[in-house]
Design a protein around this ligand. Structure first.
Ligand code: LLH
Ligand code: MG
Length: 379
C-alpha cells in the first residue's frame, strides 16, 4: 500500500470561544472562524482524517515525506519527520507531527475496520473523566470569583464528574496571578463538593518557587490530588526542589518540549510524582505510547494531557494507573455536550457516573459530518 495524497481543506463555522492575549481560551460572542481537515489517502482508497493542521505547513513540510510511503510504516515516517524537525522546528512542530501520526493511525483503523485502542492493545473501553475548567475570567456568573468556581463545581458533580481540575486566573487578567486567590478558589470548590470528589489545580505557569510551595502546602490541607505546572517547566531543578518539599503529588511535564526524552529526564531526576504526555504535545499516539511504556517501566503513575480522540485511544490502551480523561475545557457558559459543527456526535460522551466511553467505530472513531464540511469549504 502507498500514500498517494495528503490534502488540507479549510472550512467555515461559527465559534463561541476566543483566545486572550496569552492564548487562554474563554467564552466569546459568536463569530466567524475557520477549521481545517487533513486527509491522507492511500492507493486502495483508504483515508485517515484529522482536524487542525496548517495547510501551508502540510503542503511544504509533510506531504513530500508521506507520498509514496507505505502508510503502515508509521515509525519510519515519524522518525523521518522527527529528524526533519531539526532546522524546521518553528513550523514543523510537535503539534503538527502529532496530527500526522494520528491521521496515519486513523487510516490504519479505517483499513482494518478497527478502533485504534484495539490496534494498540486495549485495556478498557471507558475512562473516568475529570472536568477541567477554563482559566479564570472576569465574566459575571462565569469563573470570576472563588464562589463562582464553587457553584460551577457543584453543577459538575451533579452532571456526574467525580473529579475536577481548576485552571485559575492568569494574565492578561489585571490582578492575576495571585496565589492567595488561587487557594481561595480551591477552598471554595472543596467546600462546595465535599471530601469525596478528587480535586486538582493547574495554575499560573510562572510562579516563583515560594509561591508554588505556598499553594502546594495549602492544597495539602484541602486534600488535593495533584499540583500542575505552577512554575516554568524548563526549570527542571525547580520541579525537583518542589517535589522534594511537598507531600501533594507534583505532575508534569505538560509544556516542556522533548517528547518521550524529556519525560524520561523528569522521571530520572525526580522532578515529578506523576508523569504526563499528550498526543499534540509529544508528536502523536506513537510517542505517547512510548511515554506510557516508559512510565510502566519505572512503575510510575501517568496522566494524559488534554482531551480528544487520540488521547482517549491511548488512555484505553494503558496498563498503568493513568487514570483520567481530561474533559474540557469547561465553563458555565459553554455546552460541552453539543457537538462541534463539523461532527455529528461528540468525541467524548460521558455517562452519569463520570465515565467517558470510547467510540467503537474504526480508527479515531470520529463521527465526521462531511456534508457540513463540503457545504462550508473556503474556496
Ligand atoms: O493555560 C491554559 O490555557 C491551560 O492550562 C491549557 O493549556 C490546558 O490545555 C491545560 O493545561 N490542561 O491541562
Ligand atoms: Mg495543564
Amino acid at each position: 500500500m502507498k500514500i498517494t495524497d495528503v490534502t488540507v481543506q479549510t472550512f467555515r463555522y461559527t465559534s463561541s470561544e476566543g483566545r486572550d492575549a496569552e492564548g487562554h481560551g474563554h467564552p466569546a460572542d459568536p463569530h466567524d472562524a475557520t477549521q481545517t481537515i487533513m486527509t491522507v489517502t492511500a492507493d486502495n482508497g483508504a483515508q485517515g482524517h484529522v482536524f487542525g493542521a496548517n495547510p501551508q505547513h502540510v503542503a511544504a513540510l509533510v506531504k513530500p515525506h508521506l507520498v509514496g510511503e507505505d502508510p503502515f510504516y508509521r515509525e519510519k515516517i515519524w522518525h523521518q519527520l522527527y529528524t526533519y524537525q531539526r532546522g524546521n522546528t518553528g513550523v514543523l512542530t510537535d503539534h503538527l507531527l502529532g496530527l500526522v501520526d494520528m491521521a496515519l493511525w486513523d487510516l490504519a483503523g479505517q483499513h482494518f475496520k478497527t478502533p485504534i485502542h484495539k490496534l494498540l492493545g486495549a485495556t478498557r473501553d471507558k475512562v473516568p473523566a475529570y472536568g477541567s475548567t477554563m482559566c479564570g475570567d472576569e465574566l459575571p456568573n462565569g469563573l470570576s470569583t472563588p464562589e463562582e468556581y464553587g457553584r460551577f463545581a457543584e453543577w459538575l458533580v451533579k452532571r456526574g464528574y467525580k473529579a475536577i481540575k481548576l485552571h485559575t486566573w492568569m494574565p492578561p487578567i489585571k490582578w492575576a496571578p495571585d496565589a492567595r486567590m488561587d487557594v481561595r478558589a480551591c477552598a471554595a470548590v472543596r467546600e462546595a463538593v465535599g471530601p469525596d470528589i478528587e480535586l486538582m489545580i493547574d495554575c499560573y505557569h510562572h510562579y516563583s518557587r515560594s509561591e508554588a510551595y505556598y499553594i502546594g502546602k495549602e492544597l495539602e490541607k484541602l486534600d488535593y490530588k495533584w499540583i500542575e505546572e505552577p512554575m516554568d517547566e524548563y526549570s527542571v531543578s525547580s520541579y525537583v526542589w518542589l517535589a522534594e518539599q511537598l507531600e501533594i503529588p507534583v505532575i508534569g511535564p505538560e509544556y516542556h518540549a522533548g517528547k518521550m526524552q524529556s519525560r524520561a529526564e523528569w522521571i530520572v531526576r525526580g522532578a515529578c510524582d506523576i508523569t504526563r504526555g499528550g498526543v499534540t504535545d509529544n508528536g502523536g499516539i506513537s510517542p505517547l505510547m512510548k511515554i506510557v511504556h516508559l512510565a510502566e517501566a519505572f512503575n510510575m503513575a501517568m496522566e494524559v494531557h488534554g482531551g480528544g480522540p487520540g488521547n482517549l485511544h491511548v488512555l484505553c490502551a494503558m496498563s498503568i494507573p493513568g487514570q483520567y480523561y481530561e474533559r474540557g475545557l469547561l465553563h458555565p457558559f459553554i455546552d460541552w455536550e453539543k457537538p462541534k459543527p463539523w461532527l455529528k456526535t461528540i468525541d467524548d460522551p460521558m455517562d452519569e457516573d463520570g465515565f467517558v466511553h470510547i467510540s467503537q467505530k474504526p480508527g479515531l472513531g470520529q463521527d465526521i459530518d462531511f456534508d457540513y464540511i463540503k457545504a462550508n469549504l473556503v474556496k
